[in-house]
Design a protein around this ligand. Structure first.
Ligand SMILES: Cc1cc2nc3c(=O)[nH]c(=O)nc-3n(C[C@H](O)[C@H](O)[C@H](O)COP(=O)(O)OP(=O)(O)OC[C@H]3O[C@@H](n4cnc5c(N)ncnc54)[C@H](O)[C@@H]3O)c2cc1C
Length: 524
């Protein structure tokens, strides 16, 4: 919904008449706020904002439409079960935006690492800055270039130019970028640092949302992906949205409807209507047909091309390629309503139920060593309950009082598990780090990958609409989908002519110059 409303707002402004159809009772897709436990509002799936492109933020005037963000700073907290560090008394590692504080925190474990950390961050920031043009512009369409001919080269020229300028901007960081793209994150981090839990803390970014280990090639890219964002001008920052992630979707929807787009909930699309090789509209599950000259989908490629398009609409080899897309995901999201703030043994609460800086961080549990992340991956990959699952915890209500009744909190837990006796397991882990947690629980909502698929239509429960392997990014699968690009250009456009195989699926206004013909029955 998020991307779809972004597209709706832009297209409506460009003069088109746009109708958005959502199958759920609520807008937002995976960026949604839901009151699962009475009085407690959860960012039920997605929970932190960063990757929304600044240009969209600005173009859609999201501030004006009610978007308010709380920056997450400090950003990462790793409590240790047993004191360690150079003096064997250190209890935790906290990182944030303050370079001096970071140096002090890291120096508890390694003075070398403390000195190198700032440069590591600067290098990542330079690489991200060099890649930004690639994110904000249409990717190179290799198929067009492969066809040869001067015309195709001219067509590809803007993308080639962007690619060229990114390569130039990378300058002396080209080797580091190549490493990030191809090497295991652990190798990249080992080049910089010697100490745990620093490496483990940084490596968590290399596995979030992905069925991978920091020890596997390609995980470096996942790490890079998670530092590519920006919030209110602060590069690489992540933030909590006031009112939960559904408030971002709502602000975007407000903008789109203000511009004239129409958004309908409880309208599952059953089928995309195709006539003479052209998408002509959609049929809803209630039988209503909505005719249009262009159909856009932000459902996954599998849902869009395999489930919704009538059989035979696409060439067999294309269908078979779509079926090969990897949607493997280990992500389970657990939402917990509590009547008391967790009290971590490592850094006990100074005042009962009063948030301390580490409460607003992403809290990494069972992540004291990179090896632990790898072990959690091995279990998840085999589909067995992890004997020591890693947990990423956030408590947005420490900054946003609108989410829970006074004194109470909403907690997000992300873990790498496919299925298991999860509730017992995560409670055991939390008990070790924050005794008393179990007694504070008011309600729990557990979403395993199959639950995420059932609830949000995410194939395989994959949070990125497709595994984030290098084989599924940027130009490689351009004609299908581009998970790297958090922009409306990665929506799947159903080609207006399906026999034009591998048509560029980005939202290119000239392809969409059309008026949607809304069926009046839709409104009854
Ligand atoms: C557990 C989880 C945690 C995440 N955490 C973060 C995070 O912290 N930060 C972040 O930036 N991103 C996060 N993400 C990813 C983020 O939520 C997605 O990138 C974002 O929601 C993508 O938006 P979208 O519009 O492309 O797709 P979706 O959000 O998947 O929206 C697709 C929409 O299409 C609807 N739909 C599907 N089929 C039909 C049909 N037949 N008819 C009508 N409607 C249909 C669905 O109901 C849904 O509303 C997370 C995702 C998950 C699942």
């Amino acid at each position: 919904m998020f991307q779809r409303d972004v597209a709706a707002a832009y297209l409506q402004q460009s003069g088109l008449k746009v109708c958005v159809l959502e199958k759920r009772h609520v807008i937002g897709g995976a960026a949604v706020t839901e009151e699962i436990v009475p009085g407690f509002k959860f960012s039920r799936a997605s929970y932190l904002l960063s990757l929304l492109r600044p240009q969209i933020y600005k173009d859609l005037e999201l501030k004006k439409y009610g978007l308010k963000i709380f920056l997450r700073d400090p950003s990462a907290y790793t409590p240790l079960l047993n004191p360690g560090g150079l003096n064997q008394k250190t209890v935790s590692l906290t990182l944030g935006r303050d370079a001096d504080q970071n140096r002090k925190q890291i120096a508890q474990f390694s003075t070398n690492d403390a000195e190198k950390f700032e440069e590591y961050e600067h290098q990542l920031a330079r690489i991200v800055a060099a890649l930004e043009p690639l994110i904000d512009n249409p990717p190179l369409h290799l198929h067009t270039i492969n066809k040869g001919g001067f015309g195709n080269l001219v067509k590809s020229w803007p993308s080639l130019k962007t690619l060229g300028s990114s390569v130039k901007l990378l300058g002396k960081d080209k080797t580091a970028f190549y490493d990030l793209l191809t090497a295991p994150a652990s190798k990249v981090l080992d080049k910089w640092f010697e100490s745990e839990p620093l490496k483990a803390c940084l490596a968590t970014d290399a596995v979030i949302g992905a069925m991978t280990s920091p020890y596997l090639p390609g995980s470096g890219y996942v790490l890079l992906h998670h530092v590519m964002g920006e919030i209110e001008g602060v590069k690489g920052a992540w933030g909590y949205v006031q009112g939960g992630m559904g408030a971002v979707s709502q602000a975007i929807a407000n903008c789109a409807t203000d511009r004239g787009a129409e958004i309908f909930t409880d309208k599952p699309v059953q089928k995309i209507l195709v006539q003479d090789g052209n998408a002509k509209g959609v049929k809803l599950s209630n039988g209503v047909e909505v005719m249009a000259k262009a159909v856009l989908s932000n459902a996954t490629p599998k849902v869009t091309y395999i489930d919704l398009l009538p059989k035979g609409s696409l060439q067999d080899d294309l269908v078979s390629e779509i079926k090969q897309i990897d949607y493997t995901s280990p992500v389970t999201k657990i939402n917990v309503a509590v009547k008391e703030l967790p009290n971590f043994t490592a850094n006990p609460n100074r005042l009962k139920n009063t948030p301390m800086p580490h409460h607003q961080c992403t809290i990494h549990l069972n992540c004291e060593k990179t090896e632990s992340i790898h072990e959690a991956y091995l279990d998840a990959q085999q589909g067995i309950p992890s004997h020591r699952p890693i947990i990423e915890m956030t408590i947005p209500s420490t900054l946003d009082s609108t989410l829970a009744p006074a004194g109470c909190h909403v907690i997000s837990l992300g873990t790498m598990q496919q299925k298991t006796n999860m509730q017992t397991q995560f409670l055991m882990i939390l008990k070790k780090y924050a005794p008393g947690f179990k007694a504070s629980i008011v309600g729990v909502d557990i979403l395993t990958p199959p639950d995420l698929e059932k609830t949000f239509g995410l194939t395989g429960g994959n949070i990125f609409h497709g595994a984030m392997g290098l084989d599924q990014l940027y130009t490689v699968t351009l004609y299908l989908y581009i998970p790297i690009i958090a922009y409306f250009s990665y929506l799947c456009l159903i080609p207006t002519s399906t026999n034009r195989r591998r048509q560029l699926p980005r939202l290119s206004p000239p392809l969409l110059v059309s008026n949607l013909h809304l069926s009046p029955q839709l409104f009854v």
